[in-house]
Write a protein that binds this ligand. Structure first.
Ligand SMILES: [Ca+2]
Ligand SMILES: [Ca+2]
Length: 117
């Protein structure tokens, strides 16, 4: 089946510090519009966000990089989140989220409500 074509502005991807400004914008949109923006970032974009945190470019995410990712999502305890996400996603137990394990992290983040509201 063909997935629905979700059109979301890509400019938001440039947030590398906090998501504060994006957040308030979407909340306002929630408030005024009938359409509740539950997940302004779809899985694909979340994945991109994680990929962007690959600071050393080795194609996988260390716990530190994961921590930065969750911090950028506005997590209150990014270190803890990174730990949990890694436990959840690191299927081959090498201590990193490899590229093919990213989907698990994305799922984890989405389930935890990391949607950069
Ligand atoms: Ca890395
Ligand atoms: Ca791994």
């Amino acid at each position: 089946m063909a997935p629905p074509n979700i059109v979301v502005a890509t400019k938001n991807i440039n947030t590398d510090h906090t998501s504060e400004s994006v957040s308030t914008k979407n909340v306002a949109l929630d408030f005024t519009g009938k359409r509740l923006v539950d997940r302004p970032y779809d899985d694909k974009q979340l994945k991109e966000m994680f990929k962007r945190q690959d600071a050393n470019g080795d194609g996988r995410l260390s716990r530190e990089e994961l921590k930065n990712a969750f911090a950028s999502f506005g997590s209150f305890a990014p270190g803890w989140r990174a730990f949990r996400a890694l436990r959840h996603a690191d299927k081959n137990r090498n201590g990193y989220v490899d590229e093919d394990e990213l989907d698990y992290v994305v799922k984890y983040a989405a389930k935890r409500g990391y949607k950069i509201k």
